[in-house]
Design a protein around this ligand. Structure first.
Ligand code: PHB
Ligand code: FE
Length: 326
């Protein structure tokens, strides 16, 4: 934790963990649970689920729209400022007047969340890894895993596949093919550029590239064309957050299968269960929240429209919550 971080850091409790305060919110952990409290209520979350959600929120810089940790607490990204809320997207809490929200500068809540994540993640547990590929998060404080919780996405220096991209994606760079993608062919495409264009006309095997990803539920920008962002990711077990969209997202299921539970963004009323099999394409509307379940590690292409104007246009009814009229 840096000196300038805004969270008030408390003493270590009998389990060896620090307590934190951010605004009127307090955070405590014990052997199995994260305890979050605010002036009008409190919440308890399994520590594995809490750390997996916190890891995504920190690493994604609060993502697009709403990141629900469960049906009660979460964050809303206002792109520069961030709301930390309790019950704001839960009809019962709102109806009972129990909802509570505080807004923080992005850097302040980011530093606080990073500090909690670092203190509460013990040796051997990696919140980005699939459960079968990591150690246990349970018990009293023992060591830490700062390397895992401060992991940065690999950044390509040039478009992936172009000479000089500097993307590590081989056994030699410590990126072996994942156990569940052992059957994914590793051959690269034949590209025959005209003389003089060898450095610019390139291709790469996206399946081979993804087969070497060592993290789950972490969409990464692989191509950019103005506001069109291709963000493929490899998924296993449960999406650790419940994402409340502030724009339409397209999903292209590249391999295997994911079950999506889709609910109303504001109330949490269940709206749909979507089973996506390899080759299926779905548009997730801008007025929903969703959580994915992937029994076997799978590949998913998340296609985002990164336009900064979209959330406001949708909120004001100047753009629809769905992508196309047929
Ligand atoms: C999403 O909420 O749209 C989302 C988040 C993370 C993923 C996939 C989809 O890995
Ligand atoms: Fe989403």
């Amino acid at each position: 934790m840096t000196d300038t971080a805004p969270a008030v850091v408390g003493d270590r409790n009998e389990h060896g963990y620090r307590s934190f305060r951010l605004g009127e919110f307090t955070f405590d952990r014990d052997e199995y649970f994260a305890h979050v409290a605010w002036p009008s209520g409190k919440d308890v979350l399994s520590i594995d689920a809490f750390l997996r959600a916190l890891q995504r929120d920190v690493a994604w810089g609060f993502f697009y729209g709403v990141v629900n940790f469960d049906a009660v607490i979460g964050t809303v990204n206002h792109y520069g400022e961030v709301d930390l809320f309790a019950g704001s997207f839960n009809e019962s809490y709102r109806g009972a007047g129990l909802d509570y929200v505080e807004r923080f500068p992005h850097e302040d809540i980011h530093a606080a969340f990073q500090a909690i994540l670092d203190d509460w993640t013990i040796e051997g547990f990696d919140p980005f890894a699939a459960p079968e590929e990591t150690g246990s998060p349970w018990g009293d404080k023992q060591g830490s895993n700062t390397k895992a919780v401060t992991r940065r996405r690999v950044t390509a220096k040039r478009m992936v596949g172009v000479p000089g991209d500097e993307v590590p994606r081989s056994d030699a760079t410590g990126h072996p093919v994942n156990r569940m993608f052992a059957d994914v062919p590793q051959d690269e495409p034949d590209v025959e550029p005209e003389p003089g264009f060898e450095e610019e006309v390139c291709g790469f095997n996206l399946f081979a590239y993804l087969s070497r990803s060592d993290v789950t539920w972490n969409p990464s920008v692989v191509s950019v064309c103005e506001d069109s962002l291709y963000c493929p990711t490899t998924e296993e077990f449960i999406l650790p957050i419940i994402h409340g969209n502030d724009r339409v997202e397209w999903f292209v299921q590249l391999s295997d299968q994911i079950e999506w539970v889709v609910a109303d963004k504001e109330t949490n009323a269940l709206r749909a269960r979507v089973t996506m099999k390899a080759g299926d394409v779905a548009a997730m509307p801008a007025d929903i929240r969703h959580q994915g379940f992937s029994p076997k590690r799978s590949m998913l292409l998340v296609w985002e429209n990164g336009s900064a104007a979209l959330p406001r246009m949708i909120a004001e009814g100047r753009a629809p919550t769905y992508p196309v009229d047929f």
